[in-house]
Design a protein around this ligand. Structure first.
Ligand SMILES: [Zn+2]
Length: 86
């Protein structure tokens, strides 16, 4: 067995130790029993973001999206129609 890697749960932010050979076998969180890898982006607050960055031994991809940008994205179809509204 190889050295375990630390993987922070995207659901409860608990740090799990997962043997590297089990990373592709759908490991679940030891605390909340949810899958550690969901295949979807996770929205994080500041504390959860800090934990994900500081406590993960696996790469973390970050996409920063401000509130204004997110609000515009939510209204994307309306904006693309030249502001005519849905
Ligand atoms: Zn969890």
């Amino acid at each position: 067995m190889s050295n375990p890697l630390r993987v922070v749960c995207p659901h409860c932010n608990a740090t799990n130790r997962v043997p590297s050979e089990r990373l592709g076998q759908g490991p679940k969180c030891g605390q909340c029993h949810q899958p550690l890898f969901t295949g979807r982006p996770v929205e994080l607050n500041e504390a959860a973001f800090a934990r994900q960055i500081a406590s993960n031994d696996i790469p973390v991809v970050v996409d920063f999206l401000g509130r204004l940008v997110r609000a515009l994205s939510d209204d994307g179809p309306r904006i693309r129609k030249g502001g005519q509204g849905p």
